[in-house]
Design a binder for this molecule. Structure first.
Ligand code: KG4
Ligand code: ZN
Length: 346
């Protein structure tokens, strides 16, 4: 059976995984760098790259040993080649190139966003194209139409912060540590989502794009007013974020109303309240709903290996050349029009 080694190093998770052609995760390891970045309240690129450089090679060795597999038993080596923090991406990609060269196994360069976009098909092998995808992570917040491997049309993106970034900034304001998403979710459980009046940026706008900078600023004002506790602020923030997601999806789906399934992926998709709200939203519209298990939502190498399998089994497959450059920016939909203010997050 097809077997692909996946390597992920685009942000602050160092990860390696072996996945088979049926979507079986044969072995996987993941090391988070939370402790290294926590004192700074966010990911420090230089620290991340150094940590990947120290951890990745022994981790790959361990994953192969866990599965009792030699490198040249693999049909391909799939590595994230962008987008992301360039130092980390280079560590993963150069490691993959060296392994590919030494073992004569083909190299596949994976777009990290494609890893997220196809992860629901790894988790649910019955999920067919096409589907509507909400991709919500620390670096991206997009709504896409997914028609097949490599066939992505972006309908919406953020004009400022990504949603995961808004969770992280909210956590930072409230002194909840890093990464912020899981802490915000935990505290929100004890709060009243209606306690703090927060804005829903872009609400009812005919353009489908997102904006979260104003929400984050409102969280800061609410906290500094001293009138609200942490639980109420996190619950109100989370509800405002969910309202934005549903409103923006409503607009996007009018532009792709033929799709049977709504899919969510990316780190924020690990949030149970977000998942529940999306599931109810999909059901109201008569759409099926799929979300990968939380461990496949946040960064991992199984989704990169899986994207490698999807690529390897595509009719137009060609291995990546060994001089392929890492890409700090790499849009899933290169034809998507530029959005005012979207800058580096497009
Ligand atoms: O996909 P991911 O692991 O990395 C990127 O590609 O960016 O996403 C990380 C983001 C972080 O902003 C983190 O705070 C957020 O996902 N996140 C969550 C939760 N778990 C992770 N946000 C809300 N609730 C969660 N449970
Ligand atoms: Zn990611």
């Amino acid at each position: 059976m097809t077997l692909v080694l996946g390597i992920e190093s685009s942000c602050d998770e160092t990860a390696a995984a072996l996945v088979d052609g049926d979507g079986g995760i044969v072995a996987q390891r993941i090391a988070s760098q939370d402790e290294a970045h926590a004192p700074y309240g966010g990911v420090v690129p230089e620290i991340a790259a150094r940590a990947h450089a120290e951890r990745l090679a022994p981790m790959i060795e361990t994953v192969l040993a866990d599965a009792n597999i030699a490198l040249n038993d693999c049909d391909a080596i799939a590595a994230t080649a962008g987008p992301g923090l360039i130092g980390g991406v280079m560590v993963g990609l150069v490691t993959a190139k060296a392994l590919a060269m030494a073992s004569d196994v083909p190299l596949i360069a994976i777009n990290h966003l494609e890893g997220h976009a196809l992860s629901p098909r790894l988790a649910d092998r019955s999920l067919q194209f096409p589907y509507a995808l909400l991709l919500v992570s620390g670096g991206h917040c997009q709504i896409l139409r997914v028609d097949g491997v490599g066939q992505y049309r972006r309908l919406a993106t953020t004009i400022d912060d990504a949603l995961g970034e808004a969770f992280d900034k909210t956590a930072k304001i409230l002194g909840l540590g890093f990464p912020g998403g899981p802490a915000v979710e935990r505290l929100a459980k004890d709060g009243d989502a209606n306690a703090v009046l927060l804005p829903r940026p872009m609400l009812k706008s005919h353009e489908p794009h997102f904006s979260f900078a104003g929400l984050k600023s409102a969280v800061l004002r609410a906290w500094e007013s001293g009138e609200h506790g942490v639980a109420d602020i996190t619950a109100s923030f989370q509800q405002a974020a969910i309202d934005c997601l549903l409103d923006r999806l409503r607009v996007s789906l009018t532009r792709m109303d033929d799709l049977p399934t709504l899919v969510v992926a990316g780190g924020v998709a690990a949030n149970a309240s977000v998942r529940t709200a999306l599931e109810a939203f999909a059901s109201e519209r008569g759409m099926a709903f799929t979300a990968p298990p939380p461990a496949l939502c946040t960064d991992n190498a199984a989704m990169i290996a899986w994207a490698g399998i999807e690529r390897l089994t595509s009719p137009d497959f060609a291995p990546a050349p060994l001089d392929l450059a890492a890409r700090p920016r790499w849009p899933l939909d290169p034809d998507a029009e530029a959005v005012r203010g979207a800058g580096v997050k497009a």
